[in-house]
Design a binder for this molecule. Structure first.
Ligand code: URA
Ligand code: SF4
Length: 224
């Protein structure tokens, strides 16, 4: 398979990074990334968005169908749920940067019809795309980093990370002063029935309340 390779043979976005790391220069450069094969079937790169000094960074898996068409992260149903819960727990959108471990939509055609079905990225694709996320972390330097779902958590915190076991806990990590993982809002939307959806949503709210508490403590100490 003709995949763009680094010198040691792995696909990577590294050669596409700009020299000066700012959010606008990163976004411009990422638009032309060919670091792995995923750009080929996607409409466009969906880079992270939010203020460059956001206190909290949410990291999802990859753009979905809506995000791929619109070019912005978390603008589909999962993003709507995330926005709703942020309001509910009192996290101001102006404090939040949202992004994904993989910046292109990976999908396969539905067996019937024209629907594009989300396909889980491989570990090698998450690794290939990692230089973009590292650059986002370097620029934004969030106080709190929140991994949404297993792809982000395992990509950033290690393959053995289990969201079901360790969600909502503070995880020691060099990536940010405070790091936590929780469920992905898409998995809540996929719950098999209304009762399970409500329960999963409540667990998600509980985890994001902890994030809100961390941020309010930070604000207090900053004001002091
Ligand atoms: N799911 C994600 O992980 N990221 C998005 O941007 C949208 C849906
Ligand atoms: Fe580049 Fe990431 Fe897209 Fe692969 S998924 S082409 S590494 S931006």
């Amino acid at each position: 398979m003709a995949r763009k390779k680094s010198q040691d043979g792995f696909p990577t976005a590294a050669p596409f990074l700009p020299e000066r790391l700012t959010l606008p220069s990163l976004q411009r450069a990422a638009a032309g990334c060919r670091g792995c094969d995923l750009w080929k079937n996607a409409t466009q790169t969906v880079f992270g968005e939010g203020p460059s000094k956001a206190l909290v960074m949410f990291v999802g898996e990859q753009p979905g169908d809506y995000e791929d068409r619109q070019g912005h992260p978390f603008v589909g149903p999962a993003g709507q749920l995330l926005d709703e819960v942020l309001v509910e727990v009192g996290i101001d959108r102006s404090e939040v940067y949202v992004t994904n471990v993989v910046k292109h939509f990976k999908w396969e055609a539905a067996q019937r019809g024209k629907r594009r079905i989300h396909k889980k990225p491989r570990h090698s694709e998450i690794e290939a795309c990692r230089p973009w996320l590292d650059a986002e972390l370097t620029v934004v330097q969030p106080q709190v980093l929140v991994c949404l779902g297993a792809s982000a958590a395992q990509g950033l915190l290690g393959k053995d990370f289990r969201v079901t076991r360790d969600r909502g806990k503070l995880i020691p990590s060099d990536l940010a002063p405070q790091v936590m993982a929780t469920a992905h809002p898409s998995s809540i939307l996929r719950a098999p029935d209304a009762q399970q959806r409500e329960q999963q949503r409540a667990e998600f709210v509980r985890d994001l309340k902890k994030v809100a508490d961390l941020l309010s403590k930070k604000n207090v100490s900053r004001a002091a």
